[in-house]
Design a protein around this ligand. Structure first.
Ligand code: SF4
Length: 331
């Protein structure tokens, strides 16, 4: 399959993930709505960037769509098959085609294993013969820019960039079709971030990969993605092809995020958001963004706006979509 194929590799449909939280005083059980009805498609060969502030539910969404945590509701179709309905054995075959690279490589690497043992693990689990395994380990090290001399070292003997290269190598071991990069460069120095981002772009071409690229940095999402979804308080509020989003955003929250992107050549007026992000346990009634929105109307305090296609491939969840005079010249 190539990027030109229109068929989605993954369809995420109304996925929800709630966590029960009990309040000590009243013993009343409430729900923390970390992901509250998220839907999007990712086509073969595409990079879908998922952007939002810390705590908006991006990482929980990543784990839920890969079935690393049990979903509360919804469905995820991978190559047309609902992975939430698969048996353990059926899902085991699909699991190797969907991989994840986490934010902090150190947390996801066993400190007692050598790099060679870490990379060999997926091959052993999936019963790849030893001769082929050793050849693939050396190939992978070369492909992610790690020297073979490091094979007998331990994770703590590596730099942050080397550890992230190792995580990427491990995620590619079984030739996945989809890789979810969850804040994969956030813990790295800026110069190393650029190297890892370029490596991910090279590997995408080499391995014909599809990415879901999760980041709090909308500039990084712009560099990596074909299409971008913006999350706020567990929901997608806007989603569009990258250029369309940057030139014609329609949601006030996206507008505020884009106004904060630094541009050394243009002095920009930043849209400052008032107040804090509301609690995921007690989200505001109506539009979750209404307490911070400069454009709210009465309806915004009463009804939740649904994600609706307002232009070709441009989806927005705002009662006032298309009627607001957002100053796009500041973007
Ligand atoms: Fe603002 Fe209302 Fe749109 Fe929410 S629905 S973003 S409060 S205008």
């Amino acid at each position: 399959m190539t990027a030109c194929d229109e068929k989605p590799l993954m369809q995420v449909v109304d996925v929800k993930k709630y966590f029960p939280v009990s309040s000590g005083k009243t013993l009343e059980n409430k729900m923390l709505r970390a992901v509250d009805g998220v839907s999007f498609n990712v086509k073969y060969g595409e990079t879908f960037g998922l952007v939002g502030e810390s705590g908006c539910g991006k990482s929980t969404l990543a784990k839920t769509i890969l079935k690393l945590t049990k979903p509360t509701d919804g469905s995820v179709h991978f190559e047309g098959n609902n992975i939430y309905k698969m048996s353990k054995n059926e899902f085991q075959k699909v699991r190797r085609e969907m991989q994840i690279v986490f934010q902090d490589p150190y947390d996801s690497l066993n400190p007692r294993m050598t790099l060679e043992e870490i990379i060999a693990e997926p091959f052993i689990i999936h019963k790849v013969p030893q001769g082929e395994r050793e050849k693939r380990i050396r190939e992978l090290f070369d492909q992610v820019g790690l020297s073979e001399k490091l094979l007998k070292r331990y994770p703590h003997q590596l730099s942050g960039g080397q550890r992230q290269r190792l995580s990427i190598a491990r995620s590619l071991a079984l030739y996945p079709k989809l890789v979810v990069c969850d804040e994969a460069v956030s813990a790295l120095d800026v110069s190393i971030q650029a190297q890892i981002l370029n490596l991910l772009l090279d590997l995408k071409d080499e391995f014909n990969l599809t990415y879901i690229f999760i980041t709090h940095n909308i500039s990084v999402a712009k560099f990596m993605s074909d299409k971008i979804g913006v999350m706020y308080l567990g929901r997608l509020v806007e989603s569009a092809p990258k250029r369309e989003l940057f030139e014609n955003c329609l949601h006030p929250y996206t507008h505020a995020l884009l106004s904060a992107v630094p541009n050394p050549y243009v002095s920009k007026q930043r849209v400052l958001l008032k107040g804090d992000i509301p609690s995921l346990v007690n989200p505001p009634i109506g539009c979750a963004f209404h307490e911070r929105c400069n454009y709210r109307k009465d309806i915004c305090k009463e009804m939740i706006p649904q994600l609706t296609e307002v232009k070709d491939n441009h989806y927005v969840a705002c009662h006032m979509a298309g009627k607001l005079n957002l100053n796009l010249s500041i973007l």
